[in-house]
Design a protein around this ligand. Sequence first.
Ligand SMILES: C[S@@+](CC[C@H](N)C(=O)[O-])C[C@H]1O[C@@H](n2cnc3c(N)ncnc32)[C@H](O)[C@@H]1O
Length: 267
Amino acid sequence: MSLENAIARLAPAMPAFEPGHVWLAGAGPGNVGSLTLDVVAAIADADAIVYDALVESSILDAARHGVELHFAGKRGGQASTAQDDITALLISLARKKRRVLRLKGGDPYVFGRGGEEALALAQAGIPFRILPGVTSAFGALASAGIPATMRGLNKAIILATGHAGTEDDLDWAALARTGQPIVVYMGLRNLARITAALVSGGLRPSTPAAVIMAATTSQERVLVSTLEAIADEATAQDFASPALIVVGEIVSMRAELIALERLMRSA
Ligand SMILES: C[S@@+](CC[C@H](N)C(=O)[O-])C[C@H]1O[C@@H](n2cnc3c(N)ncnc32)[C@H](O)[C@@H]1O
């Protein structure tokens, strides 16, 4: 069967994308292959797409001819578009009876301010729908060969933001005491402070740690190290955003699982 026919058969019975509605959708961690069929259908149908800095912008190639594209993300160190401006844009496009797709990286409800946008749309009386996406933590772990859970190693996994300043920072010591692996979004800039806080909170300095950059894309890079060394190594090796930090014994499974994957593929 051709890919087109397979997609046509599998394409779920999508609700109609009505003029004047806003769909908040997750584009996944970056590569085109991680898009859900629902999101591909929404990209193809939308009259206006308001998008963040997507790791692979070719995702927008699926949009219809003449679509209105509005960039609402942060690029090249520039300030990001103010959240109030983004919600005002969504509301005004919907009031002009456009079918509006708000496209975000990963999942719209994971560290993506999707909840705030949904509340603002509801307050303005605009009908909206959420289309889930693969959040970058789980896309990145699988792509880098690190199991998110592994019997005998962990019973939970923590998703945290490393974006906070010193005053409103997370209680990293409390997270360290759980003994469960931690995946940190937006933490690269604060990596030295986060790793030091986890060590003071009781994690061994030799705890396995990784940084996964541009996960799932052709630019993906993975650095495996220890909690005490990873911040310096990431700086020395020019690791840059978008990147996730992974801390915990699950990282130690990577070498074996990647070797096995390669061996089985070449067998
Ligand atoms: C504003 S948050 C958005 C998270 C998104 N809603 C999600 O569910 O993945 C942006 C952060 O997600 C992480 N991220 C997003 N895409 C990534 C990728 N392809 N590789 C590594 N990290 C990624 C980085 O930590 C980045 O700073």
